[in-house]
Design a protein around this ligand. Structure first.
Ligand code: ADP
Ligand code: MG
Length: 219
């Protein structure tokens, strides 16, 4: 074994304590080993710690938090347990799709996307049917909260994806309002390509002793 391999984090998905269904899906998807950001963040994520993941586009951040939230989910409890915030509708749709792929065939895991640009009515209808996981954009999530259509009191996992972009787009107040509706004892994960000062301030307010994982290379 080469020296660099010995020094690197273990990249075998089998080294993680994943639910069997998740592990099988990774094989089906052709994910043979963890990317660097996954290998360095997943042990802490699965242990329930708050984690900040900084890495370029393509480093595999979605599966890092996707596996974390799916492993934590209690599928028998049909309540909103996970909230994922994304800057745009396109990203939210992609993240929801990726989570569904990771969750395929495990149980009836319900992932609901809530983004702007479409009428509220059908989304309210979907919310009435319930969900385990919400993926959405801050503006639309706040719209549902303001109308008392969204109960975040059972959320035990909050993910901020592309946090730098969300802050650039002026979503700070919306994010604060959403977080105020979630329980304090939640696990919080924050992913970002860059780490400007504004994110540092957010981190101090919303995260508890976060592990900082920073990867330079794409894989
Ligand atoms: P990021 O959010 O960091 O920009 P993504 O999570 O979108 O990156 O992942 C980039 C691409 O890498 C996606 O096509 C994803 O399916 C793929 N990918 C992620 N993790 C792995 C892995 N462990 N093995 C193989 N492909 C992976
Ligand atoms: Mg991403």
């Amino acid at each position: 074994m080469s020296q660099s391999t010995e020094q690197a984090a273990n990249t075998a998905f089998a080294s993680l304590n994943l639910k069997p269904g998740l592990f099988d899906n990774l094989k089906t998807m052709g994910y043979e080993s963890m990317t660097q950001i996954q290998a360095e963040s997943l042990p802490a994520i699965l242990a329930g710690d708050d984690v900040i993941g900084q890495g370029k586009t393509g480093s595999g951040k979605t599966a890092a938090f996707g596996l974390g939230l799916l492993n934590k989910l209690d599928v028998k409890r049909f309540r909103i347990q996970t909230m994922v915030l994304c800057p745009t509708r396109e990203l939210a749709d992609q993240v929801a799709k990726d989570i569904r792929t990771l969750a395929r065939g495990i149980h009836n895991i319900k992932v609901l996307t809530l983004c702007g640009g479409v009428p509220m009515g059908p989304q309210i209808g979907s919310l009435e049917h319930g969900a385990h996981i919400i993926v959405g954009t801050p503006g639309r999530i706040v719209d549902h909260l303001d109308r008392n259509r969204l109960d975040l009191s059972n959320v035990n996992m909050l993910v901020l994806d592309e946090a730098d972009r969300m802050l650039e787009m002026g979503f700070q107040d919306h994010i604060d309002q959403i977080i105020a509706e979630t329980p304090h004892e939640r696990q919080t994960l924050l992913f970002s390509a860059t780490f400007p000062e504004q994110i540092q301030q957010v981190v101090e307010q919303i995260m508890y002793k976060p592990l900082m994982v920073k990867v330079e290379a794409t894989h």
